[in-house]
Design a protein around this ligand. Structure first.
Ligand SMILES: *Cc1c(COP(=O)(O)O)cnc(C)c1O
Length: 484
């Protein structure tokens, strides 16, 4: 199936090549030339989440053979439940729990699948070289990628994180990672230094090769990370049908904690495929670039990044938005907007395009203090414990319903276990967190009675394997060492 770049329809790839390359050579993102066909009724009747994923992945990535086996290898026995992303009723809302995977992060849904897709695309295209996946992380992506790529044949993974810049639990999760093909380095610098260092390594390697190794990325720009996320929109709808909350064809709204715009774009693709999706509520924290954009049509990154209690949403340039812009306009137009964003720091949509986007999307944001209040209120009234990212989406959902008077059923996507952010959650519940992250896990368990996810509890007992702290100038040398 044909894919091309958001910045030039002339830059083309089939679906296996698009997954293998990640980013298109002109800096654009790969999009399907035409929306694939999916039998929505058949997909909603699928007997399992895996069967559903297989149908969706096959529709988008037909050049990657043997999808059923890949899906099984990616998910079987890895999640807390074979439903993968179960739903729970909480007050007036349905919560879709995207955090039941092996690292308790929403990123697991995609990062369990991507390694299988990448490895199979490599085989299908007859690529001989090994692949090295380079990842800069501010926390969540690193562990989910390490876990997903652990011992996948033909692929190695190397993660860089800022020394002192991730939570102690996130650090412990990464440095204890087993596997013959994994490397983890702390760098002296911040997340931007890590990301810049990774980009510099790509730039230093002509045609993405270093010796006999091909470089790739686990970043959410890869179409192979986006497509697996469509499944949970279908799965949520199937649950609501089975529970009788909706009749077939009735629309459901989704509230989505948003950073890079990948989570919510999967919802837009679901709607394009024919799933009855109503409004997609794009929830941000104090870094509210997307709220402004969806309200005014001006995307303006000329502001400084704020640190919040929902760090996975601390972001100024949401890379997957480029795909939405492409669906709304043309390759030449996207190229021009991206040029303006790069050179002057902002671009402005014409009114007609803004209005079209507003048919499908609503933007809202939530300050930390409000997220804390929501965590406490939802725990006290509904007995459901939200993490800070999900709390932001919950707040935006309430605000939207009150403002728009839209009473269609609403699902809030829950993107992290509250146990990944125990200090903020304890504080929201009126407790004083300790400086020891593992003590906070235990305190939160005593307070709420909710079991600590096994993978997080286990981290405290595992040996540390990756303790190297390096200068940022050493990143290339370390990567060269891995490519020998
Ligand atoms: C990555 C992440 C998000 C944002 O998802 P995007 O696809 O980047 O929009 C939200 N919440 C959590 C906990 C995440 O890890």
């Amino acid at each position: 199936m044909l894919y091309h770049s958001t910045r030039s329809r002339a830059v083309q790839a089939d679906s296996a090549q698009a997954v293998l390359q990640g980013l298109s050579p002109d800096g654009g993102l790969y999009v399907p030339a035409a929306m694939p066909r999916l039998d929505v009724a058949a997909c909603l009747a699928a007997p399992s989440a895996q069967a559903m994923a297989e149908q969706i992945l096959t529709a988008f990535l037909p050049d990657i053979p043997d999808m059923a086996a890949l899906v099984r290898r990616a998910y079987a026995g890895k999640f807390e439940t074979e439903e993968l992303t179960p739903t729970a009723a909480a007050g007036a809302f349905t919560v879709t729990e995207l955090f039941r995977g092996p690292t308790s992060a929403f990123k697991d849904v995609a990062l369990c699948m991507l390694p299988q897709l990448l490895s199979q695309a490599r085989r299908a295209l007859g690529v001989q070289e090994e692949i090295l996946v380079l990842t800069a992380t501010s926390g969540d992506t690193g562990k989910a990628a390490l876990r997903g790529f652990q011992d996948v044949p033909g692929v190695k993974i190397c993660v860089f994180y800022p020394h002192g810049g991730v939570s102690s639990i996130q650090r412990a999760q990464m440095v204890t990672q087993p596997g013959k093909n994994v490397s983890v380095f702390a760098i002296r610098g911040n997340f931007d230094d890590a990301q810049t260092g990774v980009k510099a390594i790509f730039a230093a390697c002509p045609e993405g090769k270093l010796g006999n190794t091909r470089l790739s990325s686990a970043n959410s720009i890869n179409i192979g990370r986006l497509v697996p996320q469509i499944t949970y929109y279908f799965k949520t709808y199937q649950d609501l049908l089975r529970r009788g909350t909706v009749a077939m064809g009735e629309e459901v709204n989704f509230a989505v904690p948003t950073g890079n715009f990948g989570n919510i774009l999967a919802g837009y693709l679901s709607k394009q495929l024919g799933l009855p999706v109503g409004k997609l509520l794009c929830a941000s924290n104090a870094n509210n670039v997307l709220t402004d954009f969806l309200t005014t049509g001006v995307y303006d990154r000329r502001r400084s990044l704020r640190r919040t209690i929902s760090p996975s949403m601390d972001i100024l340039v949401s890379s997957n938005l480029e795909r939405l812009l492409y669906f709304m306009s043309s390759d030449a137009q996207v190229r021009e907007w991206m040029r303006q964003l790069h050179s002057q720091g902002f671009y402005t949509l014409p009114k007609e395009i803004l209005h079209t986007i507003q048919q499908d999307f609503y933007g809202g944001f939530c300050q930390d203090s409000q997220a804390m209040a929501v965590i406490r209120r939802v725990w006290e009234r509904q007995g459901y414990l939200l993490d800070p990212h999900t709390a932001a989406a919950w707040a935006v959902a309430e605000e939207y319903q009150a403002a728009a008077g839209d009473q269609r059923p609403l699902a809030v996507l829950a993107t992290a276990s509250p146990y990944k952010f125990p200090a903020a959650v304890l504080e929201a519940l009126g407790e004083t967190p300790s400086r020891n992250a593992f003590a906070n896990l235990e305190a939160l368990r005593r307070k709420t009675g909710i079991p600590i996810p096994e993978n997080l509890a286990a981290v405290e007992r595992l040996p540390e394997r990756h303790t190297a702290v390096i200068e940022k100038a050493e990143m290339l040398t370390q990567v060269q060492g891995l490519c020998r």
